[in-house]
Design a protein around this ligand. Structure first.
Ligand SMILES: [Zn+2]
Ligand SMILES: [Zn+2]
Length: 342
């Protein structure tokens, strides 16, 4: 089969590779689309060479159809539409046994620690595969994985209808969180410094603010009787975001940490004490977040099409990464891995 393999920092090669053998408990998926994740971009830039075994296909935001099933797999049929929850947990560590398999202490992320989906076929454990409704377009289904991240973040926030919500950072995940939070009844303001992303947020009906031009804290306080936001999602991963989150929050508010901070950022812990704030981490997703995301896509509840910046064929994965590296405005980029399935 053809695969677009990560070779080294900045280099992808479109190559013939053997299809990996099918285990008894595995499925072989004919990949329709695979989205490029922020993590994939980090790998492309060479930041994660310790976790990836080059040459290796990466990619995990997948949609496709079942091509082949292992002999112990009974609940999937050939050609049905599927997506993958790419978290291969150990099942035996204390965290798995407590039910938190998504943050397993020995978690293997499919498409990072194992061969990924920027290929014509992807072979994965059947227990990580989710059924998709037959009417669901496979292009949109490639957004289930990032949307499941957003569903998990919003669930962790415990936000209630009419809550004032600030999403700090308006990239793909920030925008999906904003959409989920609004669908849950939140009154959402998006904070973002990129003008194109601000324009996109506004076109989707959001209140969107550039905090370098507008006093965001004053604005949110003015809208909340002086108190502040009920829920703050920190998605920017910036020092400025970490600094302002405790100011944006009202007393007893919840701050959800979504961004991956590469190094520690200063946080005003006095405000945590003074306002009795609650901070929750939110990493990837659980089974129910995936099912929720699939329902949201199937119900056409969210304007997901407008988050797709462009689609490249598998042979041009290198170009897609180069485009993303040079385009800070870009939102979601999808790779079409087989021509004939839609
Ligand atoms: Zn992802
Ligand atoms: Zn485990």
């Amino acid at each position: 089969m053809k695969a677009a393999q990560y070779i080294k920092a900045g280099e992808i090669a479109y190559q013939d590779v053997p299809v990996s053998p099918l285990g008894d408990d595995e499925l072989r998926i004919k990949v329709a689309y695979c989205g490029i994740c922020g993590t994939d971009l980090h790998i492309f830039k060479g930041h994660m060479d310790a976790r990836v075994r080059a040459p290796q296909a990466i990619g995990h935001e997948v949609s496709g159809t079942v091509a082949e099933v292992g002999k112990n797999v009974s609940d999937f049929r050939i050609n049905e539409k599927v997506t993958v929850r790419p978290l291969d947990n150990c099942g035996t560590c204390n965290t798995c046994r407590a039910g938190f398999t998504h943050i397993c202490e020995k978690l293997r992320f499919l498409g990072i620690e194992t061969a990924g989906a920027f290929a014509q076929y992807w072979t994965v454990p059947a227990r990580l595969v989710h059924h998709l409704p037959e009417t669901l377009p496979l292009k949109l289904a490639a957004l289930v994985e990032p949307l499941a991240v957003a569903c998990h973040d919003v669930r962790r926030s415990e936000l209630k209808p009419d809550d004032k919500v600030v999403v700090s950072g308006g990239g793909p995940i920030g925008m999906l969180i904003a959409l989920c939070a609004r669908a849950t009844g939140g009154r959402v303001t998006i904070s973002e410094i990129n003008e194109k992303r601000l324009a996109l947020a506004r076109s989707l009906g959001f209140d969107a603010v550039n905090p370098q031009q507008t006093d965001l804290v004053a604005k949110v306080r003015a809208e909340t009787g002086g108190s502040g936001a009920d829920v703050v999602f920190e998605v920017s991963g910036s020092e400025a975001g970490a600094k302002v989150m405790t100011e944006l929050a009202r007393p007893r508010a919840t701050i959800v940490m979504v961004a991956i901070f590469a190094k520690p950022a200063p946080v005003d812990l006095h405000k945590f004490f003074w306002k009795e704030l609650r901070m929750v981490g939110a990493r990837v997703y659980e089974y129910e977040d995936y099912e929720k995301a699939i329902r949201l896509v199937a119900d056409k509840a969210l304007p997901l099409e407008s988050l797709i910046s462009s689609v490249f064929p598998l042979a041009q994965l290198q170009d897609a990464f180069d485009y993303l590296t040079k385009s800070p405005d870009a939102m979601k980029v999808l790779i079409q891995c087989n021509e004939e399935i839609q």
